[in-house]
Structures are given as structure tokens and as C-alpha cells.
Design a binder for this molecule. Structure first.
Ligand code: ZN
Length: 113
């Protein structure tokens, strides 16, 4: 399961950060997930539940922000959203689009003590 591997990587990063900061508990993890990242938020939440038995994460809260796709049109210069599942510029109908947001999975914020 893709999401389980993601959570594992993520929690490793959290643990490393905690050690560096002499913290032993993670309180809050905020993630940004792009709609094009192929990751499902509810699977991440479910995978995360499995790690709550570990002392470091027992009080941790996972907050996920979904990032819509943002493109830049190379024909007319428009920057903004697109219609769902239609990869064309909403202004000029162009298809030479560069994705500028909505692709990645990013750790936004980490709270620990
Ligand atoms: Zn355009």
C-alpha cells in the first residue's frame, strides 16, 4: 500500500526532527497534498492510525490540506485553476500548461515537545 510507505517515510522525518530538537513527542503534523500527487487523504489518515501506538505519536494529530491544481498557460499566460479532469486553459483553451502547484506532497508544519 502506497500510503503506508508514505506515512512511514513521513514519520521517520518527524522522528529525526524530534531527535534534533530534543523532543520526544510529536503533537501535530500538517501536510499538503496536491490533487495530482495520487495520494488519498483518507488512506493516509488510516495508515497513520496504525502508528499511534508508538509513544512518540500517541498524541499526534495529522492535518491534511488538499491543494488544488494550479497551472500556468504558456499560450496566454493565465495562472490559476483548471476544471476538474480537463487539462486545458479555462481562458484560451490552450493545452500547453505548466503545473505550478498541486503535484507534490509536502510537510508544512511539525509541532513537537
Ligand atoms: Zn491560456
Amino acid at each position: 500500500m502506497h500510503e503506508l510507505a508514505i506515512i512511514q517515510d513521513l514519520l521517520n522525518v518527524c522522528e529525526e526532527n524530534a531527535h534534533k530538537n530534543n523532543a520526544n513527542k510529536i503533537l501535530k503534523i500538517e501536510l499538503k497534498i496536491g490533487r495530482l500527487s495520487g495520494v488519498e487523504a483518507h488512506y493516509l489518515h488510516r495508515a497513520f492510525e496504525g502508528f499511534k501506538s508508538e509513544k512518540m505519536f500517541e498524541n499526534a494529530e495529522l492535518i491534511i490540506h488538499i491543494q488544488d491544481v494550479v497551472i500556468k498557460c504558456e499560450s496566454c499566460g493565465f495562472e490559476g485553476g483548471i476544471k476538474k479532469n480537463r487539462f486545458v486553459c479555462i481562458v484560451c483553451g490552450g493545452t500547453r500548461l505548466k503545473v505550478i502547484d498541486g503535484e507534490e506532497l509536502l510537510l508544512l508544519r511539525l509541532e513537537m515537545e
